[in-house]
Write a protein that binds this ligand. Structure first.
Ligand code: ATP
Ligand code: MG
Length: 255
């Protein structure tokens, strides 16, 4: 079976007023359908850059990215994406922002009414459907953006620190929901995070990225049982994965 996402010797260099900035690569990675893969690395190591290249929103400088065997040449509409910065449009409500994703894909919003209500309830935004983004907290905006990325049931999800602005308790709840969603419909997920624990809890593989220019230094299989609830997080095996990864970052001089 063709990999859901294949990253082949990809590099990215940005041209800036101060000269070229080598942001990422070269690195390669194959992600199989239904995998949950985290990109874990320090600030500025090129995680968002890589995600945007996978989405077809940014060109690679060298190397190529394939989606199910086809070279990605431009923006992809078959995926669900959540950007690091909030991308809700200010002139639409929560409901309207979620429906925008359907409109952009030519899907009939009426047939998604129940799904939208369910997604909104799952992220605890029921009652806020008709609020505009400026009437929401940062964490609420982030939860609405998560609904946006999921509404059209994409087979591939690209999530850039989707839980970054949430308080610890909400973060744990949404993590659990995300894990349940992944276990029930098995999308391919590429997930960016700074949190070692979050990566270990959610992923079947964690990619460790070096400081800039980021390269995928190692990928670690996380062979823990599912679902990874609080009980699993308290096990020795969980702690061992976390400490292995901490040691790798310590070796980079990051921790
Ligand atoms: N459009 C751009 N033009 C010039 N440089 C850029 C651009 N986008 C990113 N960079 C540079 O590329 C490097 C990687 O940036 P990127 O946003 O991918 O990092 P990141 O790993 O997502 O960091 P963070 O964890 O802080 O979000 C940084 O040095 C950044 O300054
Ligand atoms: Mg980023």
């Amino acid at each position: 079976m063709a990999a859901s996402i294949a990253i082949r010797e990809v590099t990215k260099t940005f041209e800036t007023a101060d000269g070229p900035v080598h942001a990422f690569g070269p690195s390669s990675l194959d992600i199989q359908p239904g995998e949950f893969v985290s990109l874990l690395g320090p600030s500025g190591c090129g995680k968002s850059t890589l995600l945007l290249m996978v989405a077809g929103l940014l060109a690679t400088t060298s190397g190529e990215i394939l989606s199910r065997g086809e070279i990605v040449k431009g923006p992809r509409t078959d995926i669900g994406i959540m950007f690091q910065d909030n991308t809700l449009v200010p002139w639409r409500t929560v409901q309207g922002n979620i429906e925008l994703q359907l409109e952009l894909r030519g899907l009939d919003r009426n047939s998604y009414r129940d799904r939208i209500a369910q997604l909104i309830a799952n992220v605890q935004l029921a009652g806020f459907e008709n609020r505009f983004p400026h009437e929401l907290s940062g964490g609420m905006q982030q939860r609405a953006a998560l609904c946006q990325s999921l509404v059209h049931k994409p087979e591939t999800l690209l999530l850039d620190e989707p839980l970054g602005k949430l308080d610890a308790m909400t973060r744990e709840t949404i993590r659990r929901d995300l894990q349940n969603l992944w276990m029930s419909s098995r999308p391919t997920v590429l997930f960016v995070t700074h949190s070692i624990e979050e990566a270990v809890q959610l992923s079947n593989r964690v990619c460790i990225i070096t400081p800039r220019p980021g390269r995928i230094e190692r990928t670690i299989d996380i062979d823990l049982p599912w679902p990874r609830d609080l009980a699993v997080k308290k096990t020795m095996a969980f702690a061992k994965h976390v400490s292995t990864i901490q040691e790798i970052f310590h070796g980079f001089g990051v921790l």
